[in-house]
Design a protein around this ligand. Structure first.
Ligand SMILES: Cc1cc2nc3c(=O)[nH]c(=O)nc-3n(C[C@H](O)[C@H](O)[C@H](O)COP(=O)(O)OP(=O)(O)OC[C@H]3O[C@@H](n4cnc5c(N)ncnc54)[C@H](O)[C@@H]3O)c2cc1C
Length: 763
């Protein structure tokens, strides 16, 4: 089998620091490493080669010195390396990268499997894999934790999804992205080390792979960073120093003040003398969760891959601030490649019959005239709407008010008309409903084709998706097909009212910096948002055909009222119209005209602040069978754990020193009835399961009490705290950012303080 692995050299994020004056990342002295996820992709490719024979090609885009990284992969057993390097590639965002990689892969020719790491640690967007698959017109499977079978014609993979795993079968060629827990990468072998020196690393520039310069690099990236800023943190209300005993006394007083109930039946990890019992294992308790069926996530450090190459003085440095923070979108790859007959790929024959004509959207005039409204992709969780979709509909309502436009939910599924009603009640003005038996289960391939078709046909101005496994798989594929910008994991969304564009804010890479990104010239403006970032509106009440909604749509209401008075409201099927009676109340127009049941008595009627035209639109669309089959769904049966709902969280960071010390955090959480949270640093280190992680790439939480032990408070961690209530930080460094965000900042050794506190609480 012929396997291509896409690998990226990234700065070692653990070493990256920020220049707070200049608001830029300090790159000097930051070593470069192979993206940790990619090394697992390489291992998986080598395992396939070991079993089935064939060859493995490592493909990378980067500066000339990246050739050294490719040589190291040859030492592991990779057969050849190809480096794409050209000044024209500088500043490429995820979509430009997908485009450039797709051109290189077309030049490579026939292949069976492309393997990418799930995401890179600098951008964390997970967009290149699906974006690249779309550019090549092949199926993709993200978040793979196991390749069960890799045969000549097909592949069977197990992928992690939100509440379990799916076993998925796809024909080859296919692209997969892998999680880090899929394998333990091998070390270079002697033969490999001997080969690496003399191995030829091919270097291709833009001309070699026929790249259209308009769609590569900064020029080809539709999303622009317009602002970077340091989020405001308040100065700690109280800094507590002094002896451990004094600090414990103080902490107990705070618990008292907050009415924290102490539960004494906790599983003790502290012995009589206040030391940690080494024999107690932290797993298997109520508080620290390990997902069954999946090996604990582990971080494999291969020192050989830290080659210390500085990225500072190279062609990519100039643009990296942009690509780092935004993971921008786009370039148009659709310059005829897909429809031409010189397509050399196996199995691509039918791929594009569904959407033969892509519209290349690069013209402002076209954009302004044709694109309208805010779309939200509806995710279904079991038989109900996933909360993240309601959060997005609620936020979209606020944005729509500023644009005087409508919110449309896009709903795909089977027998889901009742869900359409729910979406309307939460504030969607329209629901685009595609209801079909083949949409019963989420399927990236079929769903993305339909979404692309709908977006091409109806032209939304803004398109929001949840940054869930599904959303992160769909969104880049859609953005890639529509040639538009996509910003991952936004924590704030707003509208520039003057320019009428979406302001998308997310943490910038590796520092205490936020970046606001826009997509001025391409449409739709696409963004993903993590669950829990926005509030859900109160649903309106649906009675007698009348919706009451708490959202004020300002100008939209005036416009709609005017329309009413002019009696111009359309009477399309499924539309409910609301009119205003003389007393200022609103009644259903159809009912009023029919002279039947009309206005709900004022006292019982929900508050109505807008005139609503709500519609369920059922587009006629051909649903072709997909090539990907979901063979099995395996539910995660480990004890349910929902950190997002926890009222009390005790969170641990690298300052806890080692995995064993997490017992202290676990025990305190148990004593005060809380859950255990974690920084990404300790998740990456393999100390704790990812489900505990708080932050940009973890969970968004809103506890009433957040006790933070040995966590620095990097912006990526802090954006995971939505209205955190009281923050108690324990940190050795009084200047750590967390100490400024905290209400109570305990300056000291978290291990000592926690051990003494637990002992005191138990007495
Ligand atoms: C794209 C991207 C997404 C990210 N997403 C997330 C995310 O979702 N969540 C997240 O947490 N991070 C995330 N990060 C990483 C983030 O930038 C930080 O690197 C990470 O939060 C640091 O973890 P930490 O505070 O535990 O470790 P460190 O930064 O190493 O901080 C350790 C802290 O412990 C203190 N300390 C040391 N010893 C002790 C002791 N004995 N007692 C008390 N204090 C002590 C130190 O003073 C320091 O403040 C992301 C990064 C990127 C680039």
């Amino acid at each position: 089998m012929k396997v291509i692995v896409c690998v990226k050299q990234v700065p070692d994020m653990t070493e990256a620091r920020m220049d707070k004056e200049k608001k830029t990342i300090i790159r000097e002295g930051v070593p470069s490493i192979i993206n940790p996820y990619d090394i697992h992709a390489v291992e998986e490719a080598l395992k396939i080669k070991d079993k089935k024979g064939g060859s493995v090609i490592a493909l990378s885009m980067g500066i000339p010195s990246v050739a050294w990284m490719l040589r190291q992969l040859i030492a592991m057993g990779v057969d050849s390396g190809i480096l794409l390097t050209d000044k024209a590639f500088a500043g490429s965002d995820t979509l430009a990268t997908s485009y450039i990689l797709s051109k290189a892969i077309r030049k490579i020719g026939d292949f069976d499997i492309i393997i990418c790491g799930k995401q890179t640690i600098d951008g964390d967007t997970a967009q290149v894999g699906p974006g690249l698959a779309e550019k090549l017109g092949i199926p993709h499977i993200t978040n793979v934790v196991e390749i069960k079978e890799a045969e000549k014609d097909y592949i069977v993979c197990k992928r992690a999804v939100e509440k379990g795993w799916e076993v998925v079968k796809s024909p080859v060629p296919v692209l997969i992205t892998v999680e880090k827990n899929i394998n333990i990468p091998r070390f270079p072998n002697i033969v490999g080390i001997m080969n690496m020196k003399n191995a030829k690393i091919e270097t291709w520039n833009a001309g070699n792979i026929n790249v259209d310069y308009r769609y590569a690099g900064l020029k080809g990236s539709p999303t622009k960073v317009i602002k970077t800023f340091i989020p405001e943190t308040k100065v700690a209300a109280e800094v507590i120093t002094g002896t451990v005993d004094y600090q414990v006394e103080k902490m107990m007083a705070i618990f008292d003040k907050l009415h924290i109930n102490i539960k004494n039946e906790s599983n003790s990890h502290i012995n009589e003398s206040g030391q940690i019992n080494e024999a107690n294992h932290i797993s298997g308790t109520n508080h620290i969760r390990e997902r069954n069926s999946v090996k604990a996530d582990r971080h494999v450090n291969i020192p050989a891959f830290k080659n210390g190459v500085s990225v500072l003085n190279d062609v990519f440095a100039s643009s990296s601030a942009l690509s780092d923070v935004s993971e921008l979108g786009d370039i148009c790859a659709l310059n005829g490649d897909f429809s031409t007959s010189n397509n050399t790929f196996k199995g691509l024959d039918n791929t594009f019959e569904f959407f033969p004509n892509y519209e290349v959207i690069r013209d402002n005039e076209i954009v302004k005239d044709k694109h309208e409204g805010i779309w939200v992709f509806t995710e279904i969780d079991g038989r109900t709407v996933a909360k993240v979709s309601l959060e997005l509909i609620s936020k979209a309502g606020e944005l729509a008010s500023k644009l005087n436009t409508e919110v449309s939910a896009v709903l795909l599924g089977y027998d889901v008309e009742n869900i359409a009603q729910t979406l309307l009640s939460y504030g969607a003005d329209n629901v685009y409903l595609v209801d079909h038996p083949s949409l019963h289960d989420f399927n990236d391939e079929i769903y993305s084709k339909i979404m692309i078709e709908l977006a091409t046909r109806y032209k939304p101005d803004i398109f929001l998706l949840g940054a869930t496994v599904r959303g992160r798989s769909l969104a880049p594929r859609i953005a890639s097909a529509l040639n538009t910008g996509l910003t991952a994991d936004c924590t704030q969304l707003d509208i520039d009212s003057e320019k009428r564009i979406l302001l998308q804010t997310r943490p910038a890479f590796g520092g205490d910096l936020m970046a606001t990104i826009i997509c001025p010239d391409s449409r739709p403006q696409m963004a993903t948002v993590r669950p829990g970032v926005f509030e859900v509106n109160q649903p309106c009440i649906f009675e007698h055909g009348v919706f009451g909604i708490g959202r004020d749509i300002g100008q939209a209401e005036d416009k709609a009222n005017k329309e009413q008075s002019e009696n111009k409201m359309s009477k399309s099927q499924g539309e409910n119209k609301v009119s205003k009676d003389q007393a200022g109340s609103k009644i259903n127009e159809d009912q009023a005209q029919a002279g039947g049941e009309t206005a709900i008595p004022e006292t019982t009627r929900p508050k109505i602040t807008k005139t609503i035209k709500h519609k369920i639109i059922k587009p006629k669309i051909a649903i072709l069978p997909g090539k990907i089959e979901i063979l099995e769904y395996i539910e995660d049966t480990t004890e349910s754990f929902n950190i997002t709902e926890a009222e009390v969280i005790v969170a641990a960071g690298r300052g806890m020193g080692k995995k064993e010390n997490l017992k202290l955090v676990e025990e305190l959480a148990s004593l005060i009835g809380g859950e255990v949270g974690a920084s990404r640093a300790i998740v990456e280190a393999g100390w704790i399961d990812r489900s505990h992680q708080v932050g940009q790439s973890g969970n968004t939480v809103s506890p009433k009490l957040y006790i933070v032990c040995g966590i620095s408070g990097a912006v990526q961690h802090m954006v995971g705290l939505k209205s955190p209530g009281v923050i108690i930080a324990i940190n050795k460094d009084v200047n750590a950012p967390i100490m400024k965000a905290a209400n109570y900042a305990f300056v000291g050794d978290a291990i000592e303080i926690l051990a003494a506190l637990i002992k005191a609480l138990k007495q």
